[in-house]
Design a protein around this ligand. Structure first.
Ligand code: PMT
Length: 410
């Protein structure tokens, strides 16, 4: 964005629209959020659908709103648990008195309330909208106190003329106010905003001929998770990745490559940046020559000789001293044996700032869901500190690494 507004480019919002005349403002909210790059998925309650149509929500959000708790189609695509899990922030606007009461009491009798009940570890923001007397009723106030005690954020309501013709508190806050509350929430939770990050992920494929290549078993899960976690922390992320079966992480610029030489060129094109994480399993060697034709078996003769030549070392290249060197360069050391000793030797050779000594082989590391790493860091006076992490999911490893990066930034 170049109008000075806060970019929400990799943010996933779940907007719950409950019943109230203020639902018309939610349409503008969707438009403004998308203008800022946010992905907005909507849940429209039956009450909300009395005021705005699913079609108008679909037209503005880019996908049909979800409406039913028990729907075979929705459950398969976005079950209510997944809906809350995949959101960075849930916004309920308008939040009717009924919806607030359901949230306070843990009801789950429609899709919206079920999503909210499942959102135990997600930030939730509500924009109450109702008649002034309903807002002031002790029941609503007690419900609001309960929600506040659970950390639910509130915007408004504003005072003024209400749809029922009365004056008082109960108007849903204006879209500008809701938008700026959402932006400040993300600004506070985006410690890497303004930082550029480069991540390598996946294997490289080094061709022998037009159909054969030398590759490895890297799935890209670890590198992609790191790219996603950096983006979620507000960094502007470029992911240079070898061939994987994974979807592109949201809000990340992806450069697909096949060979180590292509990976190096793509990484150089992403400079300058502040943070580099090399999680790719780059082939150390490639076939010295590539046949332009499929190499023939040639009935009974010896296998063709395979002469290899060394590939460029991307991590070592990016770690080289110089004006444009990224402030923090992090590598992995995938080791099957003597993990820490081998990783320390690699650390010295590569010249990066941190290295994650990674136990691989025997089903560990490559392709697995979990990873076991020890973070080695170069400290002042040239000493190396080692912090062993428990075996964690690759997403949790990515999250923990980003926390360490944020701490280092100070
Ligand atoms: O992709 P997954 O299935 O999720 O598996 C994750 C992983 C095991 C691949 C990942 O956690 C990991 O350990 N990545 C590094 C894999 C590797 O081959 O490491 P290495 O020890 O050979 O290389 C050391 C470091 O130098 C790595 O940061 C590597 O990206 C980098 N390197 C290596 C060779 C080369 N020519 N250029 C490089 O940049």
């Amino acid at each position: 964005m170049n109008d000075g507004s806060f970019s929400l480019s990799h943010r996933r919002l779940l907007l719950i629209i409950s019943g109230g005349i203020a639902a018309y403002k939610s349409l503008d909210l969707i438009r403004r959020l998308r203008e800022r790059g946010a992905q907005v998925r909507c849940v429209l309650t039956s009450g909300g659908a009395q005021f705005i149509t699913p079609l108008s929500v679909a037209a503005l959000s880019g996908e049909p709103p979800l409406t039913q708790l028990f729907s075979a189609e929705n459950e398969q695509q976005f079950g209510h648990i997944r809906l809350s899990r995949e959101a960075d922030l849930i916004v309920v606007a308008p939040a009717s008195a009924n919806m607030i009461a359901k949230m306070a009491h843990g009801l789950a009798d429609n899709l919206a309330s079920a999503v909210l009940l499942a959102a135990t570890d997600k930030p939730v923001m509500i924009a109450p909208a109702m008649n002034g007397r309903m807002w002031e009723h002790p029941a609503t106030q007690a419900n609001m106190a309960t929600l506040a005690s659970r950390g639910i954020m509130k915007i408004g309501p504003a005072r003024g003329a209400l749809a029922c013709g009365e004056e008082g508190a109960g108007r849903m806050s204006e879209v500008d106010a809701i938008l700026s509350a959402i932006e400040s929430f993300f600004a506070q939770n985006a410690p890497l905003q303004g930082h550029r990050a480069l991540v390598t992920s996946g294997p490289t494929f080094e061709p022998m001929d037009p159909v054969r290549f030398i590759g490895n078993r890297s799935s890209g899960k670890q590198g992609h998770a790191i790219a996603a976690a950096l983006a979620a922390a507000g960094a502007d992320v470029t992911l240079v990745t070898g061939p994987t079966a994974l979807p592109e992480p949201l809000g990340v610029r992806v450069i697909p490559i096949e060979t180590a030489k292509e990976m190096l060129a793509a990484c150089k094109s992403a400079l300058p940046c502040d943070i580099v994480v090399c999680a790719a399993a780059v082939a150390d060697w490639r076939p010295k020559t590539q046949s332009t034709f499929k190499i023939k078996k040639n009935g009974g003769h010896a296998a063709p000789p395979l002469t290899m030549t060394e590939n460029p070392d991307i991590l070592a290249t990016l770690s080289q001293k110089g004006k444009s060197r990224p402030k923090l360069v992090i590598g992995f050391a995938a080791e099957t044996d003597a993990v820490i000793d081998n990783a320390k030797a690699k650390f010295a050779r590569k010249g990066c700032d941190w290295i994650l000594a990674n136990q691989v082989g025997g089903g560990k590391g490559f392709g697995a869901e979990e990873n076991s790493v020890t973070l080695l860091r170069r400290e002042a006076k040239g000493t190396i500190s080692a912090q062993a992490w428990p075996t964690l999911s690759k997403t949790a490893i990515a999250q923990k690494l980003v926390e360490e990066i944020v701490k280092k930034k100070g």
